[in-house]
Design a protein around this ligand. Structure first.
Ligand code: TNX
Length: 507
């Protein structure tokens, strides 16, 4: 065998890191391990190519998509191995698809991002995005140097489920607003977006065979605005956009309470056969599907099977909260029929924790939302192997006021400033629900009081970063987090996020 001819090595000269470029330790959520190597800074140029074979292509396309507008570079995404000194995405063979760990190596002669799964590559791509200066988020060409700090990040999440929820029922928000929200939360490694698609004030998704849900039930919102809904095609468009950012959609249809919009649309869904008027106020707990009517279950089955069919993700959320107009016996009767429909449709049910008193299937998830530290039914479900998603309102509810003196938001579980959203321990919040039971964390944004995209942004940011780090990072320290969070101000500004300047953060 003859020795391979030596390839001429043309390792580029070291490049200086611009003053405004982040260091490897500036990232949110904080990575598990960081090793800086100053001589290994990497400069992007107009020749830089992103190589991403097969299943790595989605993450490669995402990177190109977020880096192109400001750099103005073509950043071609090519399927083969790139040895021209570009950004290489490597998907290790035979990996567990749920393994989100990744390794990001930034060297003078190229960047290598490797992971065992697509989701791991997305996680690494979100990190890489944050390592470029805030200018990269301006959405238009900025003529400057684009240098990444050299070194190695090895990282993995603490919890596999890091969620955000948007209530599009109380006030409706169109496809573009939802897409922007997805992009904004995804950059902090939020990997699930839960859409609250129906409530007393509005029904927001087209269902074949039930046209009045959208002709009648969608035409309202809190305060009497015109409401709206997603066609099936628009819903699929949201699902696909989310996937292109590494985010999975979790659709929620709230039953058997929070159903006035459906009851208004179809008189036959009511026990007395009379449709109630539309509801545009903000009280909860007054509506219920009719537990003893056959048509209730025809309705539930159509809704569940059609939504499951449009949703590639593993979960379907069935609500179950605040069913104050349904007796306990009826509540159980209802879920005894409806939960198996979700399993049959191939999905894992999620319900607000009130449904813990029903017979939750083995695959089911209980979402805990109250502020009490003890809940017997949730504890019982956790003891018998059900996973619990943590959304305690006094930590994660984005509709709460930041501070008492601040006029925006609800008060019943508040105020929730950034520090409060950050300094808590998901496995230690609820008695009997420890590390083995916690699936992850989710930050819900209820929109009784939220009417515009600016308002969504100021309620969500920067508490979203706090919840994202609680969900991703194993070690969390407020003093360190607040500094890194201050470093996000310019990025958020460049993205046009109308964030709240929480007084606990040294902006
Ligand atoms: C309780 S949290 C609700 C929602 C409200 C929210 C307002 C939960 C499962 N139900 O219907 O929008 O409080 O904070």
């Amino acid at each position: 065998t003859s020795p391979r001819p030596a390839t001429p090595t043309t390792t580029p000269e070291p490049v200086r890191l611009p003053d405004d470029a982040p260091t490897l330790s500036d990232v949110i959520p904080a990575p598990a391990s960081v090793r800086a190597a100053e001589k290994d800074n990497f400069a992007l140029t107009k020749q830089t190519v992103i190589s991403a074979p097969d299943d790595a292509k989605a993450a490669g396309d995402y990177l190109a998509d977020v880096l192109r507008p400001a750099t103005g570079f073509p950043l071609r995404v090519v399927p083969g191995e790139d040895d021209a000194g570009g950004i290489r995405l490597v998907l290790r063979e035979g990996g567990d698809p749920r393994d989100e760990s990744y390794r990001l190596e930034i060297a003078r002669d190229g960047v290598t991002l490797s992971a065992a799964s697509k989701d791991g590559l997305f996680a690494g791509a979100h990190t890489l995005r944050q390592l470029l200066p805030a200018d990269v988020e301006r959405g238009k060409t900025v003529d400057r140097e684009w240098v990444l700090a050299g070194g190695v990040i090895e990282d993995e999440p603490r919890f596999g489920y890091r969620g955000a929820m948007l209530d599009v029922a109380r006030h409706f928000f169109g496809v573009d607003v939802v897409k922007r929200y997805i992009d904004r939360v995804a950059q902090y490694k939020i990997n699930y977006l839960h859409l609250h698609l129906a409530d007393d004030q509005g029904w927001r998704i087209e269902i074949d065979g039930w046209p009045k849900l959208t002709e009648v039930g969608a035409r309202n919102e809190v305060g009497g605005g015109k409401g709206g809904f997603y066609t099936k095609q628009q819903y699929r468009e949201i699902v696909a956009y989310a996937a292109s950012r590494g985010v999975t959609i979790v659709p929620e249809i709230d039953m058997p309470g929070h159903t006035n919009a459906a009851l208004t649309s179809y008189a036959k869904l009511n026990c007395d056969g009379n449709a109630p008027p539309p509801y545009t106020d903000t009280k909860v707990g007054f509506s219920s599907l009719c537990i003893d009517k056959k048509v209730t279950y025809e309705f539930a089955r159509d809704v569940i099977t059609q939504i499951a069919e449009m949703t590639p993700g593993p979960y379907l959320h069935i609500g179950g909260d605040e069913a104050n107009s349904t007796t306990d016996a009826d509540y159980r009767k209802f879920f005894d029929k409806v939960l198996p429909m979700i399993v049959k449709a191939g999905k894992r049910p999620i319900g607000w924790h009130e449904y813990a008193k029903a017979d939750v299937p083995r695959s089911g998830v209980v979402q805990y939302w109250r502020i009490e530290t003890e809940d017997a039914p949730t504890r019982r479900q956790a003891n018998s192997g059900r996973r619990v998603l943590m959304s305690p309102a006094h930590r994660t509810y984005l509709d709460m006021k930041y501070e008492e003196s601040n006029p925006w938001g609800n008060s019943w579980a508040g105020p929730v400033d950034v520090r409060k959203a950050y300094e808590w321990e998901p496995t230690n919040e609820l008695a009997g629900v420890g590390a083995g039971a916690v699936l992850g964390v989710e930050a819900p944004l209820w929109t009784e009081l939220v009417t515009t995209e600016d308002e969504i942004e100021r309620m969500a940011f920067p508490r979203m970063q706090a919840i994202a780090e609680v969900g991703w990072s194993k070690r969390t320290k407020w003093d360190d987090f607040r500094e890194r969070l201050a470093g996000q101000a310019e990025r958020m500004t460049a993205q046009g996020i109308a964030f709240h300047r929480d007084t606990g953060v040294p902006w």
